[in-house]
Design a protein around this ligand. Sequence first.
Ligand SMILES: Nc1ncnc2c1ncn2[C@@H]1O[C@H](COP(=O)(O)OP(=O)(O)OP(=O)(O)O)[C@@H](O)[C@H]1O
Ligand SMILES: Nc1ncnc2c1ncn2[C@@H]1O[C@H](COP(=O)(O)OP(=O)(O)OP(=O)(O)O)[C@@H](O)[C@H]1O
Lengths: 227, 227
Amino acid sequence: MKAIIFGLGNFGRSLAVKLTNLRHEVIGVDSNLETVEDLKDQLTIAICMDATDERAVKTLPLRDVDVAIVAIGENEGASILTAALLKKLNAQHIIGRAISPLHQTVLESMGISEIIHPEEDSAERLALRLNLNKLVDSFDLPGDYSIIETAVPDHFIGKSIAEIQPRQNYQVNIITIIRKVPKINMIGAKYEVIEVIGVPEADLVFLEKDILVIFGANKDVQKLAEE
Amino acid sequence: MKAIIFGLGNFGRSLAVKLTNLRHEVIGVDSNLETVEDLKDQLTIAICMDATDERAVKTLPLRDVDVAIVAIGENEGASILTAALLKKLNAQHIIGRAISPLHQTVLESMGISEIIHPEEDSAERLALRLNLNKLVDSFDLPGDYSIIETAVPDHFIGKSIAEIQPRQNYQVNIITIIRKVPKINMIGAKYEVIEVIGVPEADLVFLEKDILVIFGANKDVQKLAEE
Ligand SMILES: Nc1ncnc2c1ncn2[C@@H]1O[C@H](COP(=O)(O)OP(=O)(O)OP(=O)(O)O)[C@@H](O)[C@H]1O
Ligand SMILES: Nc1ncnc2c1ncn2[C@@H]1O[C@H](COP(=O)(O)OP(=O)(O)OP(=O)(O)O)[C@@H](O)[C@H]1O
């Protein structure tokens, strides 16, 4: 896959490097020369350019890439202008970034449907984690169902899935369990690794530090996460 | 739950507002008066203060809150100093924020184990989504298993779960399906809502725009997401 990323701040640079490491071709663009120099060896190509300068942006292979991402954030003006320019130059798949509701509205009115809010999304996930006492992490599903990781309730410990009967008694489906698993390394030394145990068998017994990954209706899942 | 959030930039303010809306007591702290004024009505309390000023921070009820979050980012110096100050004043649960690997290392060496990287985490999730063609979203699990949302493979459409036999033939567990569901509103008008259908029955038939939420070993899950 070919991608162009405009703006190599924290978000843009992490995205560019990650995609390059996943073996995609990434062109990174930033107006700060030092930033471009720093990333030269980590991306396919790093170019120093003002993303709002039409004559410069026109020289990029915009019709040839699969996705063009505007990762400029705080500089909302530049972020919007760059997105507008990409629209004008017919880039095929544009992903924008919005820092404020107004910023979001402007991008949407330009027909940019895919808009990322890095800080807001991370804040939301942390807020949900802090909100539910035993919640370790959660997965966004639309509507009234959730998938969450939660610390095992105390009264499950020492019992098996067959005894607990999560579907009948708690209306949740236990997808899997995350637990520390002892391993032996190449030189015979013991060590522990946090692992997912796969699809659980009915005779699996819950252990003290287990983290359950469960699926169910929000209120049922929250009930377990609050125990 | 009582929380103090230092730094009300994009991340800090979203977190503070979200937690307040979830009915927690939130004290928001920022050195920028305008920022504090803007948030006065949306938080329990908003205070204008330099988070690196020990005499000022000492006046906060640090021993009385459940969590103290340093949401200052770009100003790495202030972010680190604030975290150090909270450590010194014995705040019970400190969550830090790191913008660079050095920033992370300093916080870790101070004994701050919970560190958030808002931009980097969002970049990682977007990179994974772009990497797997039909991937809609993914949930981080340790080790070699994943939960992902993926567009339904073409050859599933029109068949039932019983016919497809996902566990035998694809080694994945279909947790649930996200699809558009027709509804009637209060005045009798029809509309559509994107919903999770709950735990799927064996006779459920896959439809064209379905999004499958599946669990399985990475390579099996990726195989489906690439079809
Ligand atoms: N007109 C422009 N053309 C090219 N690059 C730009 C332009 N304006 C800003 N940038 C670059 O975009 C990057 C992100 O800048 P911005 O000020 O938006 O930061 P930010 O919102 O703090 O980003 P992040 O949160 O990802 O760190 C910077 O490296 C900056 O040099
Ligand atoms: N010493 C300090 N004391 C209190 N507040 C501070 C201090 N330094 C910075 N802040 C506040 O922290 C907030 C975040 O600032 P920072 O420069 O870290 O931005 P940022 O990394 O771009 O944040 P975000 O990505 O969340 O928007 C700002 O509102 C700023 O006023």
